[in-house]
Design a binder for this molecule. Structure first.
Ligand code: PPS
Length: 300
């Protein structure tokens, strides 16, 4: 059983540094050798995202799809971050991500990562593991990340909104540039067919349809009743109330500053971007996002 660190146990907020060309903090590089040497199994499923793109949502769906019938107890007693461990994390007094994965009793093992595609341990590719990548439009992703850094003591200080906005566009956030992350994972689809690329906005638009596509990718065929139940259980309001899904059991976050399940919307960026920031952002976006086959929706 892993311990729950409290922010009182933590040193001051970490600093970003350049790590093989990507901005990182030590919480995600301290265990690097074990991460890189991690031995994936052929039935492991990796959930990969840029931070705040819908990781928890898709992790929860996968967990219910695989285990809601067989391990109902774990949904009631085990937080999502233990059911779907975060591969590269190491926080004082908590098992490292690799240790947590090793201890997983389940098959398949569901594993979370925010790594840019070039950092993914090679055994995942060698074992031809299924990978689910979730992407979210840059503007809402930025807003969600800003509030997350405000409330999470293992993240660097975000600064004020305008500072954070600039850091996002410069790729100076943990796990690097959003633009590189979503593009490089998108390119990976061309030579790796076991990769399912999903969009947060599609999930908001029609969760049931996206669960169907996910099941098709995974080769699962839940009954109509199971699908109806899972679709209901993973709605924002339901997950926000669920202590095992909403991260309320983890002491490193201060929900008085901002809750983990914050708004769960497409378009909240309009409440944060000034008109000038939006114009500057759109111009910069066009220069960075040249691949016309990768399209995001910022409104529904
Ligand atoms: S993390 O810390 O990177 O793992 O965060 P992640 O889970 O990727 O992203 C958190 C954001 O996803 C929203 N979320 C949801 N939206 C809609 N429906 C459901 N069920 C759901 N579950 C999580 C969560 O609220 C965060 O987005 P914001 O915009 O901050 O609300």
């Amino acid at each position: 059983m892993s311990l729950k660190p409290d922010k009182m146990d933590l040193p001051p907020r970490p600093k970003l540094f350049d790590f093989h060309g990507i901005s990182m903090t030590h919480y995600f590089t301290d265990n690097w050798e074990n991460v890189q040497n991690f031995q994936a199994r052929p039935d492991d499923i990796l959930v990969a995202t840029y931070p705040k793109a819908g990781t928890t949502w898709v992790s929860y769906i996968l967990d219910l799809l695989y285990f809601s019938k067989t391990c109902q107890e774990r949904q009631k007693t085990t937080p999502i971050y233990e059911r779907v461990p975060f591969l590269e994390i190491t926080v004082p007094s908590l098992d490292s991500g690799t240790e947590m994965v090793e201890k997983l009793p389940t098959s398949p093992r569901l594993i979370k990562t925010h790594l840019p595609v070039q950092f993914v341990p090679k055994s995942f590719w060698e074992q031809n593991c299924r990978i689910v990548y979730v992407a979210r439009n840059a503007k809402d992703n930025m807003v969600s990340f800003f509030h997350f850094e405000r409330m999470n003591y293992i993240q660097p200080e975000p600064g004020d909104w305008s500072e954070f906005y600039q850091k996002f566009m410069d790729g100076k956030l943990v796990f690097g540039s959003w633009y590189d992350h979503v593009n490089n994972w998108w390119k990976k689809k061309q030579d790796y067919s076991n990769l399912h690329y999903m969009f947060y906005e599609d999930m908001i638009e029609d969760t049931g349809r996206e669960i169907d596509k996910l099941c098709h990718f995974l080769g699962l065929s839940p009954s109509a009743e199971e699908k109806r139940m899972i679709t209901g259980d993973v709605q924002f309001d339901s997950m926000k109330k669920d202590g095992m899904a909403n991260y309320s059991t983890l002491g490193i976050m201060d929900f008085k500053v901002s809750p983990f399940m914050r708004k769960g919307l497409v378009g909240d960026w309009k409440n944060h971007f000034t008109v000038a920031q939006n114009e500057k952002f759109d111009e910069d976006y066009k220069k960075k996002m040249k691949d016309a086959t990768l399209q995001f929706r910022t409104v529904l």
